[in-house]
Design a protein around this ligand. Structure first.
Ligand SMILES: Cc1cc2nc3c(=O)[nH]c(=O)nc-3n(C[C@H](O)[C@H](O)[C@H](O)COP(=O)(O)OP(=O)(O)OC[C@H]3O[C@@H](n4cnc5c(N)ncnc54)[C@H](O)[C@@H]3O)c2cc1C
Length: 397
């Protein structure tokens, strides 16, 4: 196991830093730094800047413009982007591309992968339903086979960015008999199909990312099914392992640590910065050590991944640790702001902020940002469910 970067990896990190310095637009950087909500065009713009540089698709095959980077290189890339306040890469792209690559037909690969490279198609994930979140296999959206296609009826929920989406990768039930896992298929659904209704769900900070998606007699051609009928559960699990590995977020933890340090240095009590008060200083030191320990665990897992041992088993551990750290760091920022952080002005998270106001934009974005960060221990599988997975792994070894 090699935990230190090789000379080639150090060189790679340097090239990522140079790219970010030259190519990351200042307006996008400022938005991310100030916790301003990004628009679809912000993500598309950044995605294509990376694509223009030839660096799109680290998890994709070389024939569709992927990099074939090692897991360590991917971690370096993500970390440098997060530290530079670049917009996040689109998680759905990193979920659907490995699925199409592994399970898609030749036609599906040719149809979808090149457009994903340029983000011409925006995708959303239709997994969760009102009574099927943690218990995903309990999903009830039904796809009835009729001739060369399916007729789909049901409801998906918490569907991030469905209102922007051209396509949804969707789990549907195609057989009501037997074990629930054995009657699920994986469909690619055109969001412009008649019978689809998307309704917004506003989250606690007032943001509109989430949606409900209603499917009412939606026609889906059979060639839009990935893999065999009733074998979608294997694909669903494969996709989730990619979703969770992406959630290790070392760069994000480091960025939040930097923000917490800034908050501790720029707020004062009795004339002294909070960073010099023992209670805040100790919390910062503890969190910094925990972020470092998290990074070493991620490196250990990734070096196993590069050596051909499956890293997916560790994904649950990394997800829990990362989200706990992110939530502790955003809580510390709030504590540093004290009463100034209690007021939440939504305009601080949009482009409508009035710069002449006698209050700091950052402080007024904090409460919304703190509340928003509570979601990370729910999506991608809740903390309790990750703990169940870990305990099953340990008990069956
Ligand atoms: C911000 C956000 C974005 C999301 N985006 C998407 C998306 O794009 N597409 C999509 O398909 N889904 C999405 N989701 C849904 C997400 O996957 C589910 O919220 C998650 O799987 C939990 O399901 P649930 O909300 O139905 O909660 P439930 O499963 O009802 O769980 C409720 C509580 O009970 C606990 N619990 C449940 N079962 C057990 C058990 N067996 N043992 C111990 N505790 C248990 C849970 O941990 C939780 O605390 C998103 C969620 C959020 C918050």
């Amino acid at each position: 196991m090699e935990l230190f970067e090789s000379p080639a990896e150090r060189l790679f990190r340097k090239s990522v830093r140079t790219f970010l310095k030259e190519k990351l637009p200042a307006d996008l950087r400022d938005k991310v730094r100030d916790f301003v909500w990004l628009e679809k065009q912000d993500f598309v713009r950044w995605h294509n800047i990376i694509a223009d540089h030839g660096w799109q698709g680290p998890t994709w095959p070389a024939q569709y413009g992927g990099q074939g980077w090692t897991a360590i290189q991917r971690k370096i890339f993500d970390e440098e982007c997060q530290l530079a306040y670049a917009p996040r890469t689109i998680p759905h792209v990193n979920m659907i591309c490995p699925v199409l690559n592994k399970y898609g037909s030749t036609e599906q690969k040719a149809r979808f992968l090149p457009d994903l490279y340029r983000l011409k198609d925006w995708w959303c994930q239709g997994y969760s339903e009102p009574d099927a979140g943690s218990d995903l296999a309990g999903l009830r959206t039904f796809a009835e086979r009729q001739g060369d296609g399916y007729v789909v009826n049901g409801q998906k929920t918490w569907t991030t960015w469905a209102h922007w989406a051209d396509w949804m990768f969707c789990l549907v039930r195609t057989n009501k008999e037997g074990r629930p896992q054995e009657g699920i298929s994986f469909l690619l659904i055109d969001m412009k199909s008649p019978g689809i209704t998307v309704r917004p769900i506003l989250s606690i900070d007032g943001c509109h990312d989430l949606n409900e998606v209603y499917l009412d007699n939606v026609q889906v051609p059979v060639e839009n099914r990935v893999g065999e009928e009733n074998k979608g559960w294997t694909i669903a699990k494969f996709l989730l392992s990619h979703e969770r590995t992406d959630l290790a977020g070392v760069g994000l933890c480091k960025r939040l640590l930097r923000c917490a340090k800034q908050a501790a240095s720029s707020h004062f009590r009795q004339g002294k910065p909070l960073a010099e008060q023992p209670s805040i200083r100790n919390r910062l030191i503890e969190l910094e050590m925990e972020v470092m320990a998290h990074e070493w665990t991620v490196l250990r897992v990734l070096s196993q991944d590069d050596a051909g041992e499956p890293a997916a088993n560790a994904a649950s551990i990394l997800k829990i640790r990362s989200t706990e750290l992110q939530q502790s760091l955003t809580a510390l920022m709030m504590d540093c702001a004290g009463p100034r952080g209690l007021q939440y002005v939504i305009a601080a998270r949009t482009q409508d902020w009035d710069e002449t106001l006698p209050v700091r934009k950052f402080d007024n974005a904090l409460a919304g940002n703190y509340l928003d960060w509570r979601k990370v221990s729910i999506f991608g599988g809740t903390t309790e469910i990750q703990k169940n997975i870990i305990s099953k792994m340990l008990l069956t070894q």
